[in-house]
Write a new protein. Structure first.
Length: 310
């Protein structure tokens, strides 16, 4: 059953999985960092709800053997515009939630109109923080009165990022990091484990693309080593930027590298990284944001070397 996740095995979140089947709620909000396992647990939950033997899903019955499963639907933000150009923001659109006459695609509400083949129909709204306004309103109506056989699972990094009206109609289930002992089955590399930040999905993606990961690490290392040479530092920062556009977010690795710095300097540098991330998410000019971050890191680094920041 590949729907379970990597190699059919679920990693961590034992407590969440013990409690999920006991909840009476129909609508859930799964929160936690990207790659931590929210989708895998959502699939596991869905299979368990329809398994002829209940929880944990047996993997052998008529329902468990179905992949894809007719009673399971995932909705994701779309990043492409209709003309094929890359949209500025990923968004879940209205037609993904309710059927519209001019579209022949399947919508969530349309899919929920028919009864399940087994016991429950489970829909995952992956990226609930990317719901467009009209799509969010349509989903709100569904959350207020879902069919009895429906289970709705919203997935987002945190509750704060989801519209309060939606969040208040769901039961939040928090996903913390998976412990390092579990993750060390994949790798013993401390830098890689730091990069994963307790998210198995990140680790699996990194191990699947060692070249991409190596480029990210080299770019960050080079930047930190070039801080005393302004031109080279900026060039290295732009390299980090280029790498960060791929699947490898450099932040956790960067933070790990800064652990070599004295505490005060490290704290200031981490603040710079957090502000850089915020600026990028707010669509500030990337080049400006990175140039500013390099200036700040250079200032902190110089103070550190003078001994005024310990
Ligand atoms: Zn089963």
């Amino acid at each position: 059953m590949s729907g379970y996740g990597w190699d059919g095995e679920l990693l961590g979140h034992e407590e969440v999985r013990a409690r999920l089947p006991t909840f009476r709620a129909q609508s859930f909000l799964f929160t936690g960092p990207e790659g931590v396992g929210r989708r895998q647990v959502a699939r596991w939950f869905a299979y368990g709800l329809n398994c002829q033997e209940g929880f944990p899903p047996c993997g052998r019955c008529a329902s468990c053997r179905l992949e894809p499963h007719p009673d399971y639907l995932e909705i994701r933000p779309e990043t492409e515009t209709k003309t094929g150009r890359k949209a500025r923001r990923a968004v879940i659109r209205l037609e993904q939630i309710v059927p519209r006459a001019e579209e022949d695609r399947e919508s969530l509400v349309g899919w929920l109109e028919t009864r399940p083949r087994f016991r429950a129909k489970i829909a995952v709204i992956d990226g609930a923080h990317h719901l467009g306004e009209s799509a969010a309103n349509a989903l709100l109506k569904l959350l207020e009165e879902p069919p009895g056989y429906a289970r709705l699972i919203l997935i987002a990094p945190s509750r704060e990022l989801v519209l309060p009206t939606l969040a208040s109609r769901t039961l939040e289930v928090r996903f913390g990091p998976v412990d390092e002992a579990t993750l060390s089955r994949f790798t013993q590399d401390p830098a890689l484990l730091a990069y994963a930040e307790g998210a198995p999905g990140r680790l699996v993606a990194a191990l699947a693309d060692p070249g991409g990961l190596e480029r990210m690490r080299a770019a960050v290392d080079r930047l930190l080593e070039a801080l005393e040479r302004p031109a080279e530092a900026l060039e290295a920062a732009l390299e980090v930027r280029a790498v960060a556009e791929g699947p490898f977010a450099p932040w956790a690795y960067w933070a790990w590298r800064l652990s070599e710095w004295p505490p005060a300097a490290r704290a200031e540098a981490l603040e710079v990284l957090a502000e850089l991330q915020e600026a990028l998410e707010a669509y500030v000019s990337e080049e400006l944001a990175y140039a500013w971050a390099v200036l700040e890191l250079r200032r902190i680094h110089a103070a550190m070397r003078r001994g005024t920041l310990e």
